[in-house]
Ligand binder design. Sequence first.
Ligand SMILES: Cc1ncc(COP(=O)(O)O)c(C=O)c1O
Length: 453
Amino acid sequence: MPTPLYDSLQALAARGPLRLDMPGHQGKPLPGGPLWPSGIDFTENGATGDLFGEEADAIQAAERLWADRFGFDACLFLTGGSTQGIHAGLAMLTGAGGRAVVDRGSHRSVHHALALLDLAPHFLLRPWLAEDGVAGPILPETVDDALRRHPGCSTVCITSPTYYGVLSDIPAIAQVCHAHGARLMVDGAHGAHLPFLGYTGFQAADVVVMSAHKTLPAPGQTALLLANGVGLAELQRWGAVYGTSSPSYVLMAALDAVRDHMEGEGTARYQETARLTQALRRRWPSLRERDGLALDPARLTLSSPDGFALGEALRRRDIYTELSDRGHVVSILTCATGAAEVGRLERALAETGLTGPCAFCPPPPEPPQAVLTPRQALFAPRARALLADSLGRIAACQIAPYPPGVPVIAPGETIEKKHLAYLREIGYNKRHCDIIQPREEWNHEAHHRYHQL
Ligand SMILES: Cc1ncc(COP(=O)(O)O)c(C=O)c1O
């Protein structure tokens, strides 16, 4: 099976080159043991390729294999996680200034990108699935309505799947976007395994970002920026704005090797994991697929009358899940999870006796009024305050409890009575948050910085 980048780095390392360049270990083992495969940890040296370069090289060959496998025109390797891809993708699609239609439940990297690009968001809200205590999918009609009301918006950005494994109908949403002349970017950070399980929905989008490291057997920070209708040069241009100029060859080679692994054994194992997940969902109270609710086949969202206690009880047994909240415990099951791991989880679940119907999770209130743009809120002087004492103040950060996993209050929005009442109801109001410091308290430097915007 071809792994062009990994093979070329191995071949170069085997020749015993004299390395008088970066990284500083120059190919020797790191002190303290076999922590890092320094032998293939090169820099751009004329023989190793250049992630952001024009010439066809082993990196581009490896990226091409990913693009073809996932059905996209181009793929750029990312060594700064999906965070890098989200910043790059939004900058590429929207430019600076203007407006975008954005999933309210977006990851903080999207909210940061809005601020840095000075974009004003029109948020897409998700239906609340009361029985499950989670937000449902973004509906195509919600996107259609937003684009009708804001015809100047040429970019729509949604997350699919969500942390809880909820998939939106990307092809239907893409069709709506394209009918309005808009482009669709999908934060698929949690979905890099899905195409290997036969899911083809991502291909309908214009830009998709995926974290290989979240659901594939790949090292931290590895991710992919995939696009249709846009060439590699454009992806490189924007990837370089937000990425390091010294991308790790080990991480890039791992992306090459993991795709190859997934072409064979990895996919067979993942299919088995999907079967194990379905069986777990049947045996334990959990979020289940039904008409109108499509789920990531390998995400296990257990329900519990006290999800925090269940998460803690599992931790005490050295079982570390991805997320616990008031009514759920979310586990990421991957091709690295086999029957032995599932057995251990099930024995622990039985011991805890803490699974059951989901604790009552009330729907989040309507978002508050935005009085500052995300950019103004990011750069304004801020102060730390107890949420319970922040009535009428403007939030300088996202206040995003799980669930809903959607900011109840986003940066630049006023903290209103109903939001505090909701946060009190779900036990979240004892926390601290960043609020915009009142103008009277700004010093000269703060005024200066803010007015430079
Ligand atoms: C939905 C979503 N998008 C983007 C990201 C950022 O991904 P990364 O950690 O790979 O930068 C995350 C991280 O948790 C996420 O959950």
